[in-house]
Design a protein around this ligand. Structure first.
Ligand code: 1GP
Length: 249
């Protein structure tokens, strides 16, 4: 395993993890730098960078660089396509949107990005990415057939298939800004069938959300909107402290 993946596994032996997602389309490099520094101070475990629209090129590079300069947390790319690669990042979730209807999001973007990842020596971490209703922007852009919220077995089947295909993480995604996070029952059912770490994101805003998602079986909890839209750094810090309390108990 690479450096970042080993770091994740070593930490997971002791506790559940909290990753913060920053979308370069929503935060400036200056904001990203302040948020990343604060994230490290309050005990966030890694920063993910990416988005479905506009997180590419110089906009992406400058945010990744700003984060690397202000914190020592690992920066993991969370790309919407092969455009979402930055040579300044430590690792990339090399993800396949398994329930997309469009092969571009299953294997096409991955093929287009593979040589770039190799050239920049970015650590690839293979991940099964599943869109759960409502799916929000990423569901629409990724041409997903979102998994119904009351069908946990479908999510579990896809998750297990991802593991059998060799993916070393499974991510259940309700979509950034989703009114409600992935249902607890779905998290429990998916967790009960897979052996690889389970990541859950989308619509997690409060201590209670984080706590029930973690207690249902998520190993890694991702929050983006709650931090990006906090209004001030102090408010973002407050929210993160209570989210982390929910995750780590
Ligand atoms: C989106 O799961 C992440 O890809 C985070 O979602 O912005 O709703 O926290 P939120």
């Amino acid at each position: 395993l690479g450096k970042v993946e080993s770091y994740i596994h070593e930490k997971l032996e002791k506790e559940k993890l909290h990753f913060v997602l920053l979308d370069p389309d929503d935060v400036s490099p200056e904001e990203a730098s302040k948020i990343a520094k604060m994230c490290e101070e309050v005990g966030v475990d890694a920063i993910m960078v990416g988005g479905s629209t506009g997180a590419e090129g110089e906009v992406l590079d400058s945010v990744v660089r700003a984060i690397k300069e202000s914190s020592s947390l690992p920066v993991i790319l969370f790309p919407g396509s092969h455009g979402g690669i930055s040579k300044y990042a430590d690792a990339i979730f090399f993800m396949s949107l398994l329930n997309s209807r469009n092969p571009f999001f299953i294997t096409g973007a991955q093929a287009l990005g593979a040589f770039t990842v190799k050239r920049y020596c970015i650590e690839p971490i293979p991940m099964a990415y599943l869109i759960i209703e409502p799916g929000e922007t990423v569901g629409w852009v990724g041409d997903a057939k979102p998994i119904p919220r009351h069908k946990p077995k479908i999510a579990a089947a896809y998750a297990l298939a991802g593991q059998y295909l060799g993916m070393r993480l499974v991510y259940l995604e309700a979509g950034s800004g989703a009114p409600e996070h992935v249902p607890n029952r779905m998290i429990r059912v998916v967790k009960s069938v897979i052996d690889v770490p389970l990541i859950v994101g989308g619509g997690i805003r409060t201590y209670e959300d984080a706590r029930e998602v973690a207690q249902s079986g998520a190993d890694i909890i991702v929050t983006g909107t709650a931090i990006e839209k906090a209004g001030s750094l102090e408010e973002a810090r407050k929210r993160l402290e209570s989210l982390i309390k929910g995750v780590k108990g």
